[in-house]
Ligand binder design. Sequence first.
Ligand SMILES: C[S@@+](CC[C@H](N)C(=O)[O-])C[C@H]1O[C@@H](n2cnc3c(N)ncnc32)[C@H](O)[C@@H]1O
Length: 281
Amino acid sequence: MSTSAPFRETAIAKVREYWNSRPCNIRHSPKPVGTREYFDEVEARKYFVEFHIPRFAGFERWKGKKVLEIGCGIGTDTISFARNGAFVTAVDLTEKSLEVARQRAKIYGLEDRIRFIQADAENLGDFVPVERYDLVYSFGVIHHTPNPERVIEQIRKYVGPESAVKIMVYNRWSWKALWILFIYGKGQIWKLRRLIAEYSEAQTGCPVTYSYSRKDGRRLLEDHGFRVTDVMVDHIFPYSIPEYVRYQYKVAWYFRWMPRGLFRSLERAFGWHLCLTARPE
Ligand SMILES: C[S@@+](CC[C@H](N)C(=O)[O-])C[C@H]1O[C@@H](n2cnc3c(N)ncnc32)[C@H](O)[C@@H]1O
């Protein structure tokens, strides 16, 4: 069975409705949305909790280069690329996220480096003029669209022989998937794909969430003319949720005893983020 089969028929309108109702990371700061303090705090929290992102994206490497970001959300990585000197085209399915991201670019004076476009990545060519980018980047997005393969097919149009593609999709064989399976699914492994979709995000009921083994992730790219050059697994969320939603970072009791080195090894083996780097064949 294709990894895409379970949600293939889900309407993109449902996906848009879900993300419009609560853009990703919108509650990363309690400050008024749209202010500089708000955006500073969103960024600090994101890269504190997901500190592997700057390493994966390599923001400083794209100075003076063209970056196409697919599924920019409220624009945390978009700003980091632009601040480091890249020229960014950032697309998202939802008006709400783009509204916040545009305001963010304005606050930091980066409007002339970022072009925002509302687009369904499955039909990117209908929205975004076809040209070559040095990097096509998509973090935590492709697994939320009903037909991820279509997005990869579209990406082909925007790359040349020297371009890089960096995508993050969820890792099926991860601590988080195991957690969802036992806490919400009572161990019913045959329901794993559906359970992951239901409980993958902070707000339950995400209409589409695929997850990929390392092999599936590679295949997603390799079946569409890319050669995977690097696979990195990372990220286990270690904090106690009641404190985390109050902006405090208290490590959950079951990780507190664990030496840092052991925890990092666990993250690299069973992290939730499967980060793939590829080049056109
Ligand atoms: C989990 S958020 C990630 C946002 C951002 N990349 C980040 O790391 O903060 C997923 C984003 O993907 C967008 N998305 C989902 N399906 C999409 C599609 N078919 N085309 C464009 N964007 C899509 C959603 O609107 C949402 O903003």
